[in-house]
Design a protein around this ligand. Structure first.
Ligand code: F6P
Length: 272
């Protein structure tokens, strides 16, 4: 790669390098092979960009390779500790909110309820931000108990108050098993609305990044390179309350990153 290799990348989604969930990198032989390739090409520093799997891999790789690594958080899930936001999260939320706005038109015209499933294997971050920004009435996320009979009671009272449309945002990792299962459960419990289910899936992982992501990626990328120059290793660059910070890889996935309780409260108020 040369300087020109990255020309005009800022407006593109995905990665020009390619990526994979590599089973080989989970084996000692695979890690040794990766270390050998890095040595052969005389690569002395890496900037791994990804989520918990990537940083897990980086920790393992450092057992076989002595180069420097400073990572950047790149996952739509926003589930890494050591940064308030991960690169890709804002774009994913933007796409999901756009979908909600469009679905609301049919919901309102036909007096329907839509269950919209968003990504986030173990995290309700995308669901919470999407629900708030899209004015959803109900949310189902792994961080809170999804009480089907209570939801149906609320739906009945919203219907009685003349509500024509309902948006339910479901995180794929919710304990209900996702939007299709939750739909079945709500119907069985007497849901008063006609329903439709939409799985947004990988639509949320592509497309031109929104300005927040472009700016975050530029700031963190710049910070990661500076940190490498200064000798940092085994850490991820992050933004915590506007400050650029470095966090050891192991700490970025040490435990579940809780969704902000105050935002859940705002959602409850707005939806009630
Ligand atoms: O980890 C990021 C993520 O986008 C999750 O939200 C989602 O569950 C998963 O990746 C999808 O992975 P795959 O593309 O391998 O199906």
């Amino acid at each position: 790669m040369r300087l020109r290799s990255v020309s005009n990348l800022i407006s593109r989604g995905g990665t020009i390098l390619g990526t994979s969930r590599s089973a080989e990198m989970r084996t000692e032989a695979g890690l040794k092979k990766a270390a050998g390739i890095l040595q052969k090409h005389r690569i002395d520093a890496l900037i791994p960009i990804g989520g918990d799997g990537t940083f897990h891999g980086a920790v393992e790789l450092s057992k076989y390779w002595n180069g420097q690594m400073v990572g950047c958080p790149g996952t739509i899930d926003n589930d890494l500790l050591g940064t308030d936001y991960t690169i890709g999260f804002a774009t994913a939320v933007h796409t999901a909110v756009d979908a909600l706005d469009k679905l609301r038109d049919t919901a309102e015209s036909h007096e329907r309820m839509f269950l919209v499933e968003v990504m986030g294997r173990h995290s309700g971050y995308i669901a919470l931000y999407t629900a708030l920004a899209g004015g959803a009435e109900v949310i189902a996320i792994p961080e809170t108990h999804t009480d089907v009979p209570a939801i149906v009671e609320r739906l009945k009272s919203l219907k009685a108050r003349g509500k024509r449309s309902i948006m339910v945002v479901v995180a794929e990792g919710d304990e209900s098993g996702g939007a299709i299962n939750l739909d079945a459960g709500l119907k069985e419990a007497g849901c008063p609305f006609e329903t439709r289910v939409i799985l947004l899936g990988h639509l949320q992982r592509g497309g031109s990044p929104v300005p927040e992501d472009r700016i975050l990626a530029s700031r963190l990328g710049d910070f990661a390179v500076t940190a490498l120059d200064r000798g940092a290793r085994g850490v991820m660059a992050g933004d915590v309350r506007g400050e650029l910070v470095l966090t050891p890889f192991e700490q970025t996935f040490a435990h579940h990153k809780a969704v902000p309780e105050n935002l859940l409260e705002v959602l409850r108020t707005m939806a009630s």
